[in-house]
Design a binder for this molecule. Structure first.
Ligand code: IVH
Length: 665
């Protein structure tokens, strides 16, 4: 009898794991969810319950075991039986041509087929599978010995824990953080007063070196595979190898290309130099590989790198400009950030006139003064940053800058709390903080109140109309028209936008409240778990810790936030005004674009990409970064690039921006 029950549980566990693995693959690798989050969570919890009841059924490669329980004290060393080599570099087309000539000479051929891949800027890793089961993940180390980071690699959802085929194989690739998540991570770190990552590569490396896999799990790491280590496969070309990896459900970069001539290689390199800004991740070049594997073998390797491949490196985009002034900003958490005002320059596709200097330690470290001539770049291709000062160009007239010890907004003393890099104003009634809180509340990802930007928020505060976010819901158009330069039409529009925001789901409200450490994702998890604001307000730290992916830092911050008397007052006013404080259970259905998958290519005139994406998502649709058979519409903007060609070849419906707008209504 008991045995029978155990057998049933075992079968159920196998079925659940397979199903969850499949959903995970479609969500994280294909970017095409098959089911909604709630359904996934339900199956996940079911599996967890059975595993708790039958501990002997727990398997390290169960989807429930992605995030290891205990931090490690150190990483073990692992040996790479097939060394993880580096690549030689070519820094210009001439050097690339020299590589081609060497290959031609050594191969004795007149022309060679190449395979081009993007060189994503991250960290090389190796993953070993034994009969289809992930058994080890490692860093490259010195190429011969690396560190065993299996626990951290398992937290990356794109890493399959189990393959469909029972192959024994070692695969290699690059772990990275995309541009958007890099910017978000650094913004959070700045707010928390933690040191910033200089680039996405450092962020990825730092994340993989966390001894506590629970911390690694919080980092938005991704992966592209590009090669093999130890293996017994019979393949003939590099291009087949990547197709094979894709087939066995590894994430493989779709922007790869077979180049039948060297001219095609140059064309690919130039194309991506122009278009690299459109990618979601940072690349620092192109990897050019001889495509035929038997020729690779014939060419062989030196001690450090293969003769059959080269990294063609793009020059880093840098500009020289002058620091005209240094100002400080007070953020919504009171963090005081020095900002350099620059002589405007064009850099990586936009005009840059400000660069955050982050904190006083960084200012000191880089020895930055007002009037300095500096070299700037964009970290993660997004955030303007000062790389260094050109000291030789100093004239003696430069002025040093000292961080204010009084808050520039309210005059309170600023302090540096232990362990923090940020200097903070701790006055909860500081005007700058209050204004920033309103700006955040109204922002698109939060309550999405159109027409309520920094200037309006400041004016509302200065005229004593809005001191906290709840005051917004008591504004009347007739009060607004009395403000300088506010026309009747915009006053009415703003009141309407505020009214509309009342029906937002709880997740948006929670994110908008600006509770420390509660980003968009935590807000969604909390809203889904507790369903109503009142349930959340009453929750204890222990109850909060029951929520999947909510750790002690967030749990404590939430409890502290709701214990503040000023919070209670704000919430009461919000509720009284009729602001929705519930999360719709069951997700959005019946949206105009339910289940439709959009891909955007090229520039749009009326929206930013972010805006267009949320318009789609608000209507139940989804936006994917790459074209596949599952794509419903490709929206072709100006200069649409390679995605358009792919969509055409797959017969996907291609629509203009105007047609896209029509679909929204
Ligand atoms: S192939 C023997 N392909 O670039 C071949 N490397 O110094 C070795 N990288 O350590 C690497 N994208 O971290 C290869 N598509 C790609 C790559 C790539 C990024 C990194 C990798 C390697 C470094 C080369």
């Amino acid at each position: 009898m008991n045995n029978e029950k155990y057998e049933d549980a075992k079968q159920k566990v196998i079925a659940l794991r397979n199903e969850l693995d499949k959903y995970n693959y479609y969500y994280h690798v294909m970017d095409q969810p098959l089911v909604d989050d709630q359904y996934y969570d339900r199956l996940f919890n079911e599996l967890k319950e059975i595993e708790t009841a039958y501990p002997e059924l727990v398997d390290p490669n169960s989807p429930t075991q992605r995030v290891g329980a205990e931090p490690l004290t150190s990483f073990n060393t692992v040996e790479h039986y097939v060394p993880m080599l580096g690549l030689d570099n070519a820094f210009n087309e001439k050097e690339l041509e020299e590589f081609n000539l060497r290959v031609l000479k050594l191969s004795g051929q007149e022309s060679v087929e190449y395979f081009c891949e993007l060189k994503v800027d991250g960290l090389a890793v190796s993953l070993k599978y034994d009969s289809g089961i992930l058994v080890q993940g490692a860093t490259r180390g010195d190429g011969y010995m690396g560190e065993d980071i299996t626990a951290n690699l398992k937290t990356i959802r794109q890493v399959p824990l189990k393959l469909d085929q029972a192959v024994t194989i070692e695969v290699r690739g690059e772990v990275y953080i995309d541009k958007k998540n890099f910017a978000r991570l650094n913004k959070e770190r700045e707010e928390d007063g933690q040191p910033l990552f200089a680039n996405p590569r450092n962020a990825a490396a730092g994340s993989l070196r966390q001894l506590d896999p629970r911390l690694a799990a919080k980092r938005p790491l991704k992966l592209f595979l590009y090669g093999l280590g130890d293996h017994r496969l019979k393949l003939t070309r590099q291009s087949d190898l990547l197709d094979y990896l894709q087939e066995v459900q590894f994430p493989v970069n779709p922007e790869r290309r077979i180049c039948s001539s060297f001219e095609d290689v140059i064309d690919y390199c130039r194309h991506w130099n122009d278009k690299k800004g459109e990618l979601e991740y940072e690349i620092d070049g192109v990897v050019v590989k001889v495509n035929k594997l038997d020729l690779q073998k014939k060419l062989g390797t030196t001690a450090r790198s293969p003769r059959w491949a080269i990294a063609y490196k793009y020059p880093p985009e840098e500009k020289i400009t002058k620091i005209i002034d240094i100002k400080v900003n007070v953020g919504r958490t009171g963090a005081i950030t020095p900002v350099a005002v620059l002589e405007p320059v064009q850099l990586s596709g936009s005009k840059v006139q400000r660069a955050s200097l982050h904190n006083e330690d960084l200012l000191k470290e880089k020895d930055i003064m007002i009037g300095d001539i500096v070299i700037i770049h964009k970290a993660g291709e997004i955030i303007p940053e000062i790389i260094s000062v050109i000291k030789e160009q100093r004239t003696g007239k430069e002025k040093s800058f000292i961080m204010p010890h009084e808050c520039p907004s309210c005059g309170s003393d600023t302090v540096r709390l232990t362990g923090e890099a940020a200097r903070r104003c701790l006055n909860p009634y500081c005007p700058a903080q209050l204004v920033e809180k309103v700006v955040h509340f109204a922002s698109r990802r939060a309550m999405d109140i159109e027409g309520l930007g920094p200037a309006m928020a400041e004016m509302l505060y200065n005229n004593q109309l809005v001191c906290s976010v709840s005051d917004l819901y008591y504004l009347e158009a007739k009060q607004l028209v009395e403000l300088p330069r506010v026309a009747e039409k915009s006053a009415v529009n703003l009141v309407e936008a505020i009214e509309k925001s009342k029906s937002n789901p709880l997740r948006k409200l929670l994110f908008g409240l600006g509770i420390r450490f509660v980003g968009e994702k935590a807000a969604r998890l909390l809203a889904e778990h507790f369903g109503t604001l009142n349930n959340l307000v009453d929750a204890s730290v222990e109850e909060l810790l029951q929520v999947k992916e909510i750790g002690p830092k967030i749990a404590e911050a939430v409890v502290q936030y709701f214990a503040l008397p000023e919070t209670a007052a704000v919430l009461e006013k919000l509720e009284k005004a009729g602001v929705n404080i519930e999360e719709q259970i069951g997700g959005r259905t019946g949206g105009l674009l339910d289940g439709k998958v959009f891909v955007f290519s090229g520039g749009l005139d009326s929206f930013t990409r972010d805006e267009a994406s949320s318009l789609v998502e608000d209507r139940g649709g989804r936006v994917s970064s790459s074209v596949s058979k599952k794509t419903d519409y490709l929206v072709a903007g100006t200069d649409p690039g390679s995605k358009l060609d792919k969509a055409k070849s797959l017969g996907i419906e291609i629509i203009s921006e105007a047609e896209f707008k029509n679909l929204l209504h």
